[in-house]
Design a protein around this ligand. Sequence first.
Ligand SMILES: [Zn+2]
Length: 542
Amino acid sequence: MRLILISTACLLLAACSSSKPEQVDANAISAQRIAAHMAFLADDLLEGREAATRGHEIAARYMASQFQALGLEPAGEDGSFFQPVPLLQGERLAEGARFELIRNGRIESLAFESEFLPGVNYDQPDFALTAPLVFVGQGVVAPEFDHDDFAGIDVKGKIAVLLNGAPASFANDPRAFYSSGREKMAALVERGAVGAIFVSDPTREKKSPWARGAANWARPGMRLRAPDGAALDTFPQLIATASISADAASKLFTGADMQADAVFAALDAGTLRSFDLPGTVLLAGRARISSKVSRNVVARLPGSDKKLAAQHVVFSAHLDHVGIGAPINGDTIYNGALDNAMGSAVMLDAATRLATADNRPKRSIIFVAVTAEEKGLLGSEYFASHPSVAGPLVANINMDMPVLLTDLGDVTPIGIEHSTLKDAVESAASKLGITLSPDPMPEQVVFIRSDQFSFIRRGVPAIYLKGGTAPTHADVDGKALLDGFLASHYHQPSDDLSLPINYASAARLAALNAAIGRHVADADKPPRWNKNDFFGERFAEH
Ligand SMILES: [Zn+2]
């Protein structure tokens, strides 16, 4: 019956040629919708959507209008779609920045930008500190692996010198967790350190050259702002912080037990050890701190089941990107097409599918376009700690930077091994004929690098769907496409609409996200962490 109706429609419109018009049209229209959202969100007019800028506000207004057009309920504050997020902005100043190595009565200075950048101190914006140095490896303490970078050394009253990341010998999850700056700084403060110098390394700089990142030294950082105006989640005991390039490290390690090259070799070999460094360092920096507000955009599809509707399945995607910055090939607008206009557009399309379906999901579904992800997951942290909806958040489905540059038959579900969300993902994927691929680059530790981590830290099981690496055409190398994007376009002005974005793959990803959301929303029980799971043990209430 339905087929006949469609055929009639086709005759009338004289525009249908496929043997399965309904199926083809649904995905083609979805791909069109995603392309349309991205054309708006990644346009130069939005100037890279940096948090607390006009460009981001316009993007937020767009998301709210789209949610409203779908008939979703406003679920922000005061009956609106918006949740204001109070922020402090810190702008690093070049003037007054100093890094001076003092040894045997001689002073050697590192150069601002080309060799070092001071950190922003939100509690004491104008800082200067002279203290002795101690090298603490990667600054990791993991009792469960019998690993302690601080064993046998004293960091009290000293500036700790440390490398990024966590030991490669750890399994992926603990490695991800222990490589976070937050964990490292907490460990330093606990042991009485007063400063920290983060040393880049050659492996990291091969992917992301020091000069490229340092060129954007003037780009503001941010922290959440408490009601009393103070910065949240800072470490005031660490008075002075700085980052230095891998090249500048040779100066720091001169005259020490090990030279920089040997330290980097030990990092690669997993044989790092800690030791005191000769001399002292004078570290000084200044910043301009100002209060800002940027907005999360929150919409709700009310659940159809009276009892379960109080529980919320949260879809999230960050709407902000990094704004305007240092020119690359003459372009200063960092459009953030894949990062994360794509995730935002995929979330809107999943919302469209769920909001227009014949029967509403049993649990309520929240769609939140979060701000300030690029500033340290701040919008999601604020939403997860101050939900603008009453009732528990039972799951998070996050979408961030799916790299969809060819026709893909697979997706990479990050975090699938942690909770019963696995069932939802597998069942939805198999219904849609989508293959699930393992994380092709676990060393990137993405499970803690996007907004799902804000939910995980509050005990909410989460899943994070990335684009896959298995193209439907054998002559395309999916992994090479992903590597190429990360090396040449990620956080650069060229992450824009001139990339060969595959909207059909995006439509399939949206369909999968919607299906996962429905599966979770309709299940008898909310998802739960697996027994003895690394994150569940740490963050869930037992
Ligand atoms: Zn990003």
